[in-house]
Design a protein around this ligand. Structure first.
Ligand code: GUN
Ligand code: ZN
Length: 468
């Protein structure tokens, strides 16, 4: 049977290019259609444009009208931990102690398929309620967790990237996998999942502190044998972690060299955090086409530090950048809340905590680039995330031929007085200009959360509708 053609009518906002290239005229990087029509077939966008122009061509196509919402592309979470769903918001510790106390004991439970399956249901429910339609996820050192992750992603029809997590030191012995086990299981999982349906596989060394040279060699071997796979890891998150990584890899001049040396830094490589990357490391990321995932909820919740947005977006060496919740290091699934925290980090970055100008950010262009206006913010959560993950050929905006994942945002939900303060920006009937739409979306990220996500659609099907 040929796939059915359907359509969505509503108000649309998406990004067509990187707004950091359009300083002072960011709307030129975006597209706003007040009354638009999105035509879908087999989960793919078949046509998109103003309703008045397209409707004569698609008169017989059943259309769903979504009024009083701004429809944006589905959010992309570049860095999240499936097996930390139950321990998000854990009290009191910074990274290395937090891992030992809260995280490894919980992740151990995911060797049990029943536990992992229940967790996967809760994990995907929470992501979709926050408007996240694609994620790059860590699983655990047990292949069971990777299998249950992909099984649930398939039930939801979602495009995801994930992989078995390699760790052979710095955790309880029962949690570690040996480099040989890791190689064998990764190879089996790659052959089973990579590019099957919407699944993509990431070779996943957890972090340099938890991976011996032998483990990194296995990652290197896997990448040589399966060059089409993604690579996902952590880098330069916390000062103590950075010091320990240097001790473990004394022959490397910095953390980035650990990945360069193993042939991993390149396209489809993502490192989460990168709070303490040097200017030179940022340049090498940019040159290699590797990406960093900015995880502000986690960087603040675990007290790791302030990511340097202005440095990563330097036009001389622009690093591919996504945003991530890093849930459970981050204390929410919500990408809207990630954007809120990212905005605050950008502003704080220009000032030292004692009130003086931050010498790392003194030059004006850098401090301007630190500021997350709504065009930049929603770019990072959609097209920018897709670009960082090398998925912008299939995701990130409403261009014809892309996969039909999107979110209907209610700019008036959220805090009690939200409708009232949003009414300063645009009429209650909705935005009439690009700027009004952008500022309502800024209101959503500044004051909102999951309550502003009214509907989430995956591959042209509605998979979440807010009930209260
Ligand atoms: N570094 C190594 N493992 C982890 C993890 O689970 N979360 C975070 N935030 N950093 C890590
Ligand atoms: Zn992480």
């Amino acid at each position: 049977m040929p796939p059915q053609t359907t359509a969505i009518r509503g108000t649309f906002f998406d990004l067509l290019d990187d707004p950091w290239k359009y300083v002072g005229h960011e709307p030129d990087a975006a597209r706003f259609i007040q009354d638009g029509l999105l035509v879908l077939e087999g989960g793919i966008i078949k046509a998109f444009g103003p309703f008045a122009e397209l409707s004569p061509r698609f008169q017989n196509v059943p259309a769903t009208h979504i009024p009083n919402r701004i429809i944006v592309p589905g959010f992309i979470d570049g860095h999240i931990h499936f097996p930390q769903t139950r321990v998000l918001g854990a009290y009191g510790l910074q990274l290395l102690d937090w891992l030992q106390t809260w995280i490894f004991p919980e992740e151990l439970k995911y060797a049990d398929p029943t536990y992992a399956r229940e967790a996967a249901g809760r994990f995907f429910d929470a992501m979709l309620a926050g408007g996240t339609t694609t994620c790059q996820a860590f699983t655990t050192s047990s292949p069971v967790s990777t299998e249950e992750f992909f099984a649930e992603a398939e039930r939801r029809g979602m495009r995801t990237i994930a992989g078995l997590t390699g760790i052979d030191r710095f955790a309880p012995p029962e949690f570690l996998n040996t480099p040989e086990q890791f190689y064998r299981e990764s190879k089996r999982l790659i052959e089973k999942y990579h590019r099957k349906g919407r699944h993509l596989y990431a070779i996943t060394p957890r972090f340099a502190v938890g991976c011996t040279e032998e483990m990194m060699d296995m990652c290197s071997r896997l990448k040589r044998e399966f060059p089409d796979c993604w690579v996902n890891t952590h880098i330069s998150e916390n000062p103590t972690e950075v010091r320990q990584a240097k001790q473990y890899y004394p022959q490397c001049k910095d953390y980035t060299e650990v990945h360069e040396k193993h042939g991993l830094l390149g396209p489809r490589f993502t490192a989460g955090h990168g709070v303490w990357l040097s200017n030179d490391e940022f340049k090498r990321f940019a040159k290699a086409g590797a990406s960093v995932c900015f995880c502000p909820l986690s960087n603040l919740f675990l007290g790791s530090g302030l990511f340097r947005i202005g440095r990563a977006t330097d036009p001389e060496h622009r690093v591919r950048l996504s945003v991530g919740s890093d849930m459970g290091g981050g204390n929410a699934f919500s990408i809207v809340r990630v954007l809120e925290e990212a905005y605050k980090v950008g502003l704080c970055n220009n000032t030292m905590l004692d009130g003086s100008v931050n010498p790392r950010e003194m030059d004006y262009p850098e401090s301007e680039r630190n500021k997350l206006n709504p065009y930049r913010a929603y770019y990072l959560a959609t097209l920018g995330g897709a670009n960082a993950l090398y998925l912008d050929d299939v995701l990130g905006n409403f261009n014809v031929g892309k996969e039909a994942d999107f979110v209907a945002l209610d700019w008036n939900a959220g805090q009690h007085a939200m409708a009232w303060h949003q009414s300063l920006i645009a009429p209650a009937t909705g935005p009439e200009t690009m700027d009004q739409a952008a500022m309502l979306l800024f209101g959503v990220m500044a004051c909102g959360d999951d309550r502003n996500v009214d509907e989430t659609w995956v591959a042209g099907k509605r998979v979440y509708k807010k009930t209260t």
